[in-house]
Write a protein that binds this ligand. Sequence first.
Ligand SMILES: [Zn+2]
Length: 400
Amino acid sequence: MDINSSNIEQIVRQVLDSMNGAPAGAPAASTKSVPAKARVAMLTSLEKFELKEYPIPEIGDDDILVKVEGCGVCGTDAHEFKRDPFGLIPVALGHEGTGEIVKMGKNVKKDSAGKPLNIGDKVVTCMIFKDNPDITMFDLNKQNVGGADVYGLLPDDDIHFNGWFSDYIVVRGGSTVFNVSDLDLDSRILIEPCAVLIHAVERAKTTGILRFNSRVVVQGCGPIGLICIAILRTMGIENIVAVDGEEKRLEFAKLMGATNTVNFKNHKGIEALAGAVEDAFGGYLADFAFQCTGSPVAHSNIYKFIRNGGGLCELGFFINGGDATINPHFDICSKEITTVGSWVYTLRDYATTFDFLKRAKGIGLPLGKLITHKYPLEEINEALVTNLKMEGLKIAIVNK
Ligand SMILES: [Zn+2]
């Protein structure tokens, strides 16, 4: 290349461009380029999403426009898809989503934890506290999210970009939003379900029974039980027995850190099953149990796995699954069992979850493998059908 003074200036300019990612001399970019219109997967009738295109609205001074990268499919989405129990149709679903900030109002400076927010940062939302705006993550509160409005469960309105099953989402001022740029996409998609388990383990710790190297039984190896095992491992608990009826899931439990597994289908009757759990611990019953299935029979059974003076965290019944039979004398009183229930999470648990995901990666737990299926937005109906068939573990929509 022939270098003269005029193209030296051009070369310097090019080098500066490549360093800044913006044309030299141009004002600092406050937004990334955003199309005029974008797609939203709108649930317009039972079992039918339609991809609708809407103009991207003006972003207010307190609002954030996020380009969606991906979103997990939750049991709640599947309930809505199948039955619309909350009467939300038409609705843009998807609340386990994450993406990149492409536009921000001038008043937006920090996330809900006080971390700076900038264009290009990766974020997740937690919920909108319309009903109780006083809850912040710095509150040492015991409140759950019941009654709050969640992106992905808001009825359609004139903004339309209200759910994470879309190309873009408009995060309104006052919403709970976190900068999670230091987590990879798979980890970010798993934040919401992981927060459910962080909360459950925090509840379990209130019993004072869960300690380093406690013997812990986890019953149910769907995503919830598997994440539970991973969290226990990151806490230094190494004596974990997983119970499930599917060999494939029990294999997965080992990947997540279970030391031993018991397939309940191989043992007839509760006495034999409890014996198998005892054998799996080398001749001891569990100090603590996590019940992660939605089966009332599983709740009845789990007391038999726990030693006298042990503890139980029941978290399997996110929705009403019916009544369970127990014997109060044998199962609770005479054994002096301490039980706690757990449901959803607090904002504090959300922040704890980010740290858990980093620790899990640090000790080599392949949490990302929980996402067994990834679909593009165009195939959202197939994604929901796969979820309903209970094939795989976590199903996710991943945008291109
Ligand atoms: Zn969810």
